[in-house]
Design a protein around this ligand. Structure first.
Ligand SMILES: [Zn+2]
Length: 285
C-alpha cells in the first residue's frame, strides 16, 4: 500500500553544532550516520565498499511514502551485503565502508547526473517521496547522504596512498534471483571493464570451485562504462586494481550464507591478493 508522499520541503531539521552554527540536515536523532566504517585498522591492502548495504530511510522522509514491507525488498537495498561485507572484512582483515541509508534515498552507485540517483520509480514501483522534489530537497540529500560517503571512500584511499600502498578496491552487491520473469542462472557475477587483474583470475577461481558455480562475466549487470559509478569514480579513474562482485541474494540472506560466501570469496581471492605485483597503478587504461 502506498502512503501519501511527504511534502517536498519536509524533513529538514535545523540544529546547532558545537560552534553554534546552524546546520540543516535530514539526519535526525535516532537516525544512523551516512556511512559506517568497519575494521578501520585492518592490515589488508584492500578497501571493501557496500553501496547498497542499507535499507534505512531517515525518519524525516517518512519511508518515502512506501509501505514498510517494500522497504524489506531488493528495491531498497542489496539483501545480505551488509553481513557479507562484515564477514569478508574479517577474512581479508580489510577495512570496509558501508552505506548508512537506502539507495532509494540516494543511490550511491550512480553519478549525480544520472536520473536514477533518486529514482522516481524503482523496478516498476513508484517512489512517492522521490517525486516532485525541489532542488533544495535534492541538494540536501546529496549533502547529507551522498557527499559524506564519497568523501569517506576518498579519505580511506588517500590514507593507503599516504602509507605508500596502492590498494585494491572491491565493491560488493547482491542481485535478485529473478528479474522481470527471468530466472537468473548465476550464483555470482563479476563486473569489470578494462582492468582484468582481479576479475579474470577471480572468475576462473570461482568456476573451478568444487561446487561448480555458475559465474556471470559482466552478468547480471555490465561493469562497462558508464555503469558501476563507484568503481569508475574511485578506482578505475586512478588505476587502482578493482572488481565489483554481485552475489545472488538468496545465497547471502542469512548469517550462515554470508559467512559461507565470505569464505568462498576469500579462498578465490587469496592468490590474487597475495601477489605483490597487483598493488600497482594500472598503466594500460
Ligand atoms: Zn547493488
Amino acid at each position: 500500500m502506498l502512503c501519501a508522499p511527504p511534502q517536498p520541503s519536509a524533513g529538514i531539521t535545523p540544529y546547532f553544532d558545537g560552534q553554534m552554527n546552524q546546520i540543516e540536515t535530514m539526519i535526525g536523532p535516532g537516525d544512523p550516520p551516512p556511512y559506517n566504517i568497519i575494521n578501520e585498522q585492518g592490515q589488508g591492502k584492500v578497501l571493501l565498499v557496500g553501496d547498497h548495504a542499507s535499507r534505512v530511510i531517515p525518519r524525516a522522509l517518512d519511508n518515502l511514502g512506501l509501505d514498510e514491507n517494500l522497504l524489506e525488498q531488493h528495491i531498497a537495498y542489496d539483501i545480505g551485503t551488509r553481513k557479507l561485507v562484515h564477514h569478508l572484512s574479517q577474512h581479508l582483515d580489510a577495512p570496509a565502508i558501508l552505506a548508512g541509508y537506502s539507495r532509494l534515498v540516494v543511490d550511491l552507485n550512480r553519478s549525480l547526473e544520472d536520473p536514477s540517483v533518486m529514482p522516481e520509480v524503482s523496478d516498476d514501483t513508484p517512489i512517492p517521496g522521490n517525486q516532485n522534489m525541489s532542488v533544495e530537497h535534492r541538494n540536501q540529500r546529496i549533502h547529507d547522504f551522498y557527499t559524506p560517503y564519497r568523501k569517506a571512500i576518498d579519505t580511506m584511499l588517500h590514507a593507503f596512498r599516504e602509507n605508500g600502498v596502492v590498494p585494491a578496491f572491491i565493491s560488493i552487491h547482491s542481485f535478485t534471483p529473478q528479474m522481470a520473469g527471468f530466472v537468473r542462472p548465476w550464483h555470482a557475477g563479476i563486473l569489470w571493464d578494462k582492468d582484468p587483474r582481479i576479475p579474470v583470475p577471480l572468475m576462473a577461481n570461482l568456476r573451478a570451485h568444487a561446487n561448480g558455480f555458475n559465474i556471470g562475466d559482466n552478468e547480471p549487470y555490465s561493469g562497462k562504462h558508464p555503469a558501476d559509478y563507484t568503481i569508475d569514480h574511485h578506482a578505475e579513474a586512478s588505476g587502482i586494481p578493482h572488481v565489483s562482485i554481485e552475489i545472488r541474494q538468496d545465497l547471502v540472506n542469512t548469517e550462515a550464507g554470508a559467512e559461507r560466501w565470505a569464505t568462498i570469496l576469500d579462498d578465490a581471492l587469496r592468490d590474487i591478493l597475495a601477489n605483490p605485483e597487483l598493488y600497482q597503478v594500472w598503466q594500460s587504461i
